[in-house]
Design a protein around this ligand. Structure first.
Ligand code: NAP
Length: 295
């Protein structure tokens, strides 16, 4: 298979690129950087990817997006979060529209932020979108990607939870206070965290590439979400550190504003359609997932 990954230089994309290559596929990535490498395509949206180039790929995996989990959300940061997903996906779809030969499948990232904050309710793919900033970004991001269906492209949306892996992602930021012996839950710790191991993220993407019956929306989260307090305890245990120092909600809100509010709320997502599709999780339980990532 000839596969193109947008945002393929990132945390998920780099791991996916390695695994696809190991499985014998030809993989190219897009990057905004200048690159001479034949398997790295310089692409700066809103420009389009040349149609002839698009026609060389059987499959496209759309992962591009400005990092959400870093720093305070200023107005400029929020605009980057939105445009790097919604406008970039619009440009990708326009590029596919212009290509004579279209890819067979498009797998496009989204996030469980689609649902907005929820309490203890179990969230499957049928739940309606939330109304906050992240929910509106995810909704528009998905709408752009789903336009590929109009050209007969099998389209798969993966609503990612917190991806746990080495060398990147949100976990690296969570580890720092634990290593300094001052780790603990955020706020009350009652908010849910739907997490997924990086190997299951890439595993399901590879599964979805091969299986023609996989299409539409999928919660890409492990089947056993935990509360933030449970997550903190498990992380402390995996790092052999205490989890005794809760971060007060008012400090998070004052330091991080709207992003702080996101960390103090969450979703209890279930991967109902991933399981129905027959995918078997390598890491269904948090303790094993953390041990594998932190060993
Ligand atoms: N990791 C998670 O826990 C998680 C959770 C939910 C959703 N997701 C979504 O899954 C996707 C992949 O996640 P990730 O953790 O691999 O992200 P990542 O490490 O931040 O990588 C995303 C890539 O997107 C490209 N990019 C950044 N800003 C961009 C912009 N303004 N315009 C176009 N491209 C831009 C970058 O590539 P270049 O600099 O090379 O251009 C970057 O390598 C993202 O869209 C993310 O929102 C991830």
């Amino acid at each position: 298979m000839n596969v193109l990954i947008t945002g393929g230089s990132g945390f998920v994309g780099s791991a996916l690129r390695r695994e696809l290559r190991a499985a014998g596929h030809d993989v190219a990535i897009t990057t905004r950087r200048d690159s001479d490498s034949p398997d790295e395509l310089t692409w700066n949206p809103p420009s389009l990817i040349p149609p002839k180039k698009i026609s060389t790929f059987d499959s496209i995996i759309n992962l591009a997006g400005d990092a959400v989990y870093s720093g305070r959300w200023t107005r400029a940061k929020k605009e980057r979060i939105r445009s790097s997903r919604v406008n970039t996906t619009y440009s990708l779809i326009e590029s596919i529209k212009n290509a004579d030969v279209k890819p067979t499948v498009l797998i496009s990232a989204s996030a469980i932020g689609f649902y907005g904050p929820h309490g203890d309710e179990e969230i499957t793919e049928h739940v309606m979108p939330g109304t906050d900033f992240l929910a509106s970004v995810c909704k528009d991001w998905e709408s752009e990607a789903l336009k590929a269906e109009e050209f007969g492209v099998r389209t798969v949306i993966i609503r990612l939870g917190i991806v746990l892996g080495t060398n990147g992602g949100a976990l690296q930021q969570m580890i720092t206070p634990f290593k300094a012996f001052v780790g603990g839950p955020l706020g009350s710790g009652r908010q849910w965290m739907s997490w997924v191991h990086l190997e299951d993220t890439t595993g399901f993407i590879m599964y979805a590439l091969e299986k023609e019956k996989v299409s539409g929306i999928y919660n890409m989260t492990a089947p056993n979400p935990v509360t933030n307090k449970e997550f903190s305890t498990a992380l402390g245990k995996a790092l052999n550190r205490p989890s005794l120092f809760p971060v007060p909600a008012c400090i998070l809100k004052a330091a991080l504003g709207e992003f702080g509010h996101v960390l103090l709320t969450g979703q209890r997502c279930l991967p109902e359609r991933v399981l129905t599709a027959g995918y078997s999780f390598k890491y269904p339980l948090l303790d094993e997932a953390l041990t594998s990532v932190l060993q």
